[in-house]
Design a binder for this molecule. Structure first.
Ligand code: PEP
Ligand code: MG
Length: 746
């Protein structure tokens, strides 16, 4: 970095700091800042554009353009060079702006006279807050050093915008974290709730982005990096004996933490006038923008590593965020993504969950659904916008989230909550009545469970039993493999809480998205179709055997129901069944009581097993259709991939025909069949399943009431007629026809 720019940049930051420290209104500050930058960069124009809403940039201050255009000129994201700078989060530096791709002339600004343009995104940790622009009459490209100086300034502006330094009149001048915001995400668990934001990873706030003591800041940075390295070394020593994979990850971290170029860049930022924490954040933002654009998945992963390290460093420097603060009573968890284990640690008391990523088929989602906690996924940028303590309304029915809502939105929302409470009362009133349709068909409604915490719902929901007990959730909540006695104690508690109702224990279904922290992860190209569930159980039978033994012991001479996940061919079922036979023989030998009755079933989760030889249907005691997996393999559409997940409807006639085929084969062999995928809990789907012949459905507890309510009001002959007509019409899904008809019945 040449000396001149170093001093220029530092001098400019020094002046900026004075301007920011002055007790003036937001607009005045902005006006002073653009003046200072234009002067120091020897540019005729300097302007600051800030986002008015997520799609619109507003000119908020200018030196050089028409003063009347301030707060008047607006651009959409991607529009003109300013909009493109924001959209692509990269610097646009050109000597010939009018001929640059995307140029759009704004007559009200009088900018046509300026040839050169340099726009730098004002960004903070992956969110773009606005654009800083300089323009000159002379046709010149700004030098790399000048661009660098602008980036440093933009970084400071980002921090100050966040802190509300430019608050004043006009929505764009409101501090970012005070404006109401609405997010449209995807529905994962219905329900409407009002609560208080609780961030899974709270943001670090930097209050001192500028410093005129580079030596002091460098020392702070070096000390913090030393502390960071020492903490990684500490983690390395404590995990060395435990798992070699964790050690490998930490070694990569250590390498990054020791990276000289990373430190060199941060030191250069400090030399240019930034504080140590601002330097860390500037490099973090730049790396995010640069690596995030990379087409290389490995490089994109490195962004996460670097992010994590930078966050740790920021926490050391600021002392913030190490203690996440007490969780409010009405906490709505806001996170980028969360694993099932982490979610289980938070517990059932959360009022709602909002994620930026996530997918409906993931196990974190299943946990939230089991707990009936409203969950919205894919709420883009919510972690950048939400602050701990903000009021938040989560509408899980529509996938909409209101952050810091105004009073009108709040009162409309409260009405909705009241209506839902009334519906709950209706469901409670039919809790002890059978799910009998008007035509006299009675369905058995069971519930899905996986945790001890779910069992109390057995009574509350009116479910007849547990149609699917996902045993892996118990493994996911621990940090080491449970022992056999622990497992059998746990299963004993499950069986006794069920108080005589049937519980279908599904043996461990790990792999795919369910990765146990203490088991060797397999780097598989496609884990959903990889080494998972019964495949692991049969190849490495130790855990399966332990589990079967624990189940037999827990049954303690009473009835026992076991089912195997992901059976793709008859031989797998036979092999799994023989593990039970062996376990029974062992237990008998040890003198332990054997279950009074033993039902051994299989999940139908792969299309292949629907076409298995008759012997399969004859040998199983029952089958349960795992629609979540079955549907993903039927349509070849990943249940975890939001892009394709909704592309094919469960009520697509092809899938219904496939289910009919399974039911037909079960009927022919007198094999009891149930459906335990998430779709069983959706009223329209449940109706169609009943219409095509399913008589047992297993769903999350909160769905039992709504499904029973609907079933009790319909005649399945009517539903069958509607399905037949929709099919004959060639409808891509029978949903619309059934849902429209249903609207008049309930
Ligand atoms: C299914 O696939 O439908 C199922 C019930 O199993 P899981 O969701 O646990 O994979
Ligand atoms: Mg499954």
């Amino acid at each position: 970095m040449p000396d001149r720019i170093e001093t220029e940049s530092r001098k400019l930051l020094g002046k900026l700091r004075t301007a920011l420290a002055e007790d003036s209104a937001g607009q005045e500050r902005l006006d002073r800042i653009v003046g200072l930058i234009a002067h120091s960069m020897r540019a005729e124009v300097c302007s600051i554009y800030l986002f008015r809403d997520s799609e619109t940039l507003e000119l908020c201050a200018t030196e050089g353009l028409q003063a009347a255009s301030v707060h008047q000129t607006r651009l959409r994201l991607g529009e003109g060079l300013v909009g493109r700078t924001a959209k692509f989060r990269r610097v646009i530096n050109t000597a010939d702006a009018p001929n640059e791709k995307g140029f759009r002339y704004m007559p009200e600004t009088g900018e046509e006279r300026y040839s050169s343009f340099c726009g730098v995104p004002i960004q903070r940790l992956g969110s773009t807050l606005g654009v800083l622009v300089v323009q000159s009459l002379a046709a010149r490209e700004y030098s790399a050093d000048e661009v660098y100086a602008l980036e440093v300034v933009a970084m400071v502006l980002a921090e100050m915008t966040e802190l509300g330094a430019f608050v004043g009149e006009g929505a764009a001048l409101m501090p970012l974290h005070q404006q109401p915001r609405m997010f449209r995400g995807s529905i994962a668990q219905e329900g409407a709730t009002e609560g208080t934001v609780y961030l899974h990873e709270p943001r670090v706030v930097i209050t001192n982005p500028i410093s005129d003591d580079p030596e002091g800041e460098e020392t702070r940075l070096s000390d913090a990096i030393d502390e960071l390295r020492a903490s990684i070394d500490g983690m390395l020593t404590s995990t060395a004996q435990e798992s070699s994979e964790q050690t490998t990850v930490l070694e990569i971290y250590r390498e990054l933490a020791n990276s000289r170029s990373w430190k060199r860049r941060m030191v250069a930022d400090i030399e240019n006038g930034l504080s140590a924490e601002a330097a860390v954040e500037k490099e973090q933002s730049l790396a995010r923008a640069r690596l995030g654009r990379s087409g290389n998945a490995y490089m994109r992963e490195r962004v996460n590593d670097l992010d994590d390290l930078s966050n740790r460093l920021l926490r050391i420097l600021t002392g913030q965020g190490t203690d996440t603060g007490e969780m409010p009573k009405d906490a709505v968890l806001v996170a980028r993504n969360i694993g099932p284990g982490e979610l289980l640690e938070y517990g059932k008391t959360l009022k709602a969950i909002v994620l930026e990523e996530g997918s409906v088929g993931s196990h974190a989602t299943i946990v939230a659904r089991a707990w009936a906690i409203p969950l919205v996924l894919n709420a883009k940028r919510i972690t950048a916008e939400a602050l701990n303590g903000n009021t938040i309304l989560v509408d899980g029915d529509q996938g909409i989230v209101h952050l810091r809502p105004d009073d009108t939105v709040k009162s409309a929302f409260r009405e909705k909550i009241a209506m839902q409470a009334a519906a709950q009362e209706r469901y409670a009133s039919i809790r002890d009545l059978p799910a009998t349709t008007k035509c006299g068909t009675t369905l058995a409604l069971h519930m899905n469970a996986g945790l001890m915490a779910d069992l109390p719902s057995l009574d509350g929901s009116g479910a007849e039993g547990v149609g699917l007990f996902r045993t892996e959730l118990q493994f996911l909540v621990r940090n080491k493999m449970p022992k056999r006695t622990e497992l059998s104690n746990l299963y004993t508690r499950v069986i006794s809480s069920a108080a005589g109702k049937r519980v279908a224990f599904r043996t461990l279904d790990i792999g795919s998205d369910k990765v146990l922290p203490y088991m060797k992860p397999n780097d598989e190209p496609n884990p959903a179709m990889g080494w998972r569930a019964i495949r692991v159980g049969l190849d490495k039978p130790g855990v399966l055997r332990m589990q079967l033994q624990a189940l037999i012991r827990a049954a303690n001479g009473g009835p026992l129901t076991v089912m195997f996940p992901f059976i793709a061919q008859l031989e797998e079922f036979r092999a799994a069944k023989s593990e039970i036979d062996k376990a029974m023989a062992r237990e008998r030998k040890l003198g332990h009581p054997l279950p009074k009755t033993l039902e051994v079933g299989a999940m139908i989760e792969t299309p292949s097993i629907a076409f298995a030889p008759d012997a399969f249907f004859e040998e199983v005691d029952f089958v349960s259709i795992g629609g979540n997996d079955l549907k993903q393999f039927f349509f070849a559409a990943d249940r975890e991939n939001e892009r394709v997940r909704r592309r094919y409807d469960t009520l697509n006639p092809a899938f219904l025909s496939f289910l009919e085929k399974i039911i037909e084969r079960c009927d022919a062999t007198n094999t009891p069949v149930s459906f335990c995928g998430e779709d069983a809990g959706r009223p329209v789907e449940a109706l169609c399943f009943a219409a095509i012949g399913l008589r047992t459905l297993s769903m999350r507890p909160a769905s039992v009431g709504p499904v029973k309510h609907v079933l009790r009001r319909v005649d399945l002959n009517d539903v069958r007629a509607i399905i037949a007509t929709a099919r004959a019409d060639g409808a891509p899904s029978v949903r619309r026809a059934v849902a429209d008809w249903l609207a008049y019945q309930v």
